[in-house]
Design a binder for this molecule. Structure first.
Ligand code: FAD
Length: 426
């Protein structure tokens, strides 16, 4: 669908892979990775550097899924409150999880530097509040994260301090995190894949895995080839078809999320919108998020849909919304519109685990995966290499099925989301 494919990132790709091919014939590896997003590329990179023979299979091309289409915000924390994590695994483990989410951001930055990935990494992210209730919640978060999790770096911004950074009359204040930021997500994902190739990993593109035969070794079957491996990493996330791993699907809801890119802004328009080029997200349940591209376009996301069809007049509606947020953008048009699937879990915490002792998976970062997927790929790598404690911290998180079975779970989620959307308006 055109609405999905006209991504600004595809038109600004700078990172090239060395030759890739389709999976044809019978192949073997120590580790087979299914999916070429951040999770899969990170696992492949880590394991190849540890000396494993790794083969990654991607149905389309590297970064084709959420990783290459995302808002590119590199964020500490998770898609859910730390309280949800603490309730599930206890406060000590939640503190470790928080530290690891910070590690995920540092890992991202380290890799960008070490592998010279040309992806315009910029620092500084702000959660903004449009309602007094949201502002109070941000202030509670800042205190809670300082007092319970030892994060001294989050800064509460009142209306004037926020105005310095986000020139929208819509907001009352915000919470600034200097340790989060944004980057070009497709170039970053391709950069990880290129580094994995350099470390010896083989990458097969245009090869959809149609069957997983469990065992030791396990076997993956695509249309024209097979891959036999001692370990399998399922990193298809919201794009993984249910036949490959039926038990994973009922704990994950794929939600379509859309973005637009504007034409490049003038220096004046930048000064009147995001003079510090921070990553911004609002506090709504279905949230809006945005930042500037390297060539000064506003990259703006937030609309969702639950079926295959994009909402009507999506592009015009998103541009109009953006202009309401930033009057300085009046007359600015969009050049690109695209969408991608976000894998959401019921509690919005990431879902990591094993389907078998040698089949690992990670999914459901709930819109918060650009940094954490990098760490989760590494954690899977550590577990395969024999150090599973850090990976297992996440397998202890309690994940429940979405109610309603295959037929009813989407309508039920739409109902629930509409309820929260209504609450956002109040
Ligand atoms: C529009 C949008 C905006 C977002 N914005 C942000 C953001 O700003 N910050 C943030 O932290 N997160 C954001 N996210 C979420 C983030 O992009 C994801 O959490 C993250 O990219 C997930 O990475 P992944 O590698 O697990 O999955 P993906 O990147 O989706 O990769 C999965 C890959 O597996 C492949 N695959 C699936 N099945 C098979 C098969 N059978 N055989 C072979 N290959 C297969 C797919 O083709 C796909 O390329 C956003 C997501 C979307 C869609």
């Amino acid at each position: 669908m055109a609405a999905d494919t006209n991504s600004f990132y595809q038109d600004s790709t700078r990172v090239e892979l060395t030759d890739t091919e389709a999976l044809v014939g019978a192949h073997q590896a120590d580790v087979a990775v299914v999916g070429g997003g951040v999770t899969g590329c990170s696992a492949a990179l880590y394991l190849a550097e540890q000396g494993y023979d790794v083969a990654l299979i991607e149905a389309h091309s590297i970064g084709w899924g959420a990783s290459g289409r995302s808002g590119g915000q590199i964020l500490s924390g998770f898609g859910t409150d730390m309280d949800v994590i603490a309730k599930s695994v206890g406060l000590d483990a939640a503190r470790q999880a928080w530290e690891m989410s910070r590690e995920a951001v540092r890992l991202t930055a380290d890799r960008v530097r070490r592998y010279a990935i040309d992806c315009n990494l910029q620092w500084g992210a702000i959660d903004v509040a449009a309602k007094p209730r949201q502002l109070r919640a941000l202030s509670r978060t800042q205190q809670h994260m300082r007092d319970i999790y030892g994060d001294e770096d989050l800064v509460s911004l009142d209306r004037d301090a926020l105005w310095e950074r986000v020139r929208s009359p819509a907001y009352l204040g915000g919470l600034y995190d200097p340790n989060s930021g944004h980057l070009h997500p497709l170039n970053y994902t391709l950069g990880l894949a290129r580094a994995a190739q350099a470390a010896g990993a083989r990458i097969f593109e245009a090869s959809r895995v149609e069957r997983l035969t469990h065992g030791r070794p396990a076997q993956l079957t695509a249309a024209d080839g097979t891959l036999t491996a001692d370990f399998v990493v399922l990193a298809g996330n919201a794009y993984l078809s249910s036949e490959l791993a039926p038990n994973l699907r009922d704990k994950l809801m794929p939600v379509k999320n859309y973005m637009v890119a504007t034409q490049p802004l003038s220096a004046h328009q930048v000064a009147q919108t995001l003079p510090y080029d921070n990553a911004v997200a609002d506090s709504n349940f279905v949230l809006d998020y945005y930042h500037l591209s390297e060539d000064r376009r506003m990259l703006y996301g937030g609309q969702v849909s639950y079926g295959n069809r994009a909402p009507r007049r999506l592009r015009a509606r998103m541009v109009a919304k953006l202009q309401r947020l930033f009057p300085a953008l009046e007359g600015v048009d969009s050049t690109h519109q695209w969408g991608g699937l976000v894998g959401v879990t019921r509690n919005r915490a990431p879902h990591l685990g094993r389907l078998d002792s040698n089949v690992y998976f990670a999914q459901g970062y709930s819109g918060h995966g650009m940094a954490f997927a990098g760490l989760s790929g590494k954690l899977i790598g550590e577990a395969i290499a024999g150090q599973a404690e850090r990976f297992d911290l996440y397998t202890k998180l309690d994940h429940r099925r979405f109610p309603g079975g295959d037929r009813l779970r989407t309508p039920l989620l739409v109902l629930a989301t509409n309820f929260y959307r209504m609450r956002d308006w109040l």
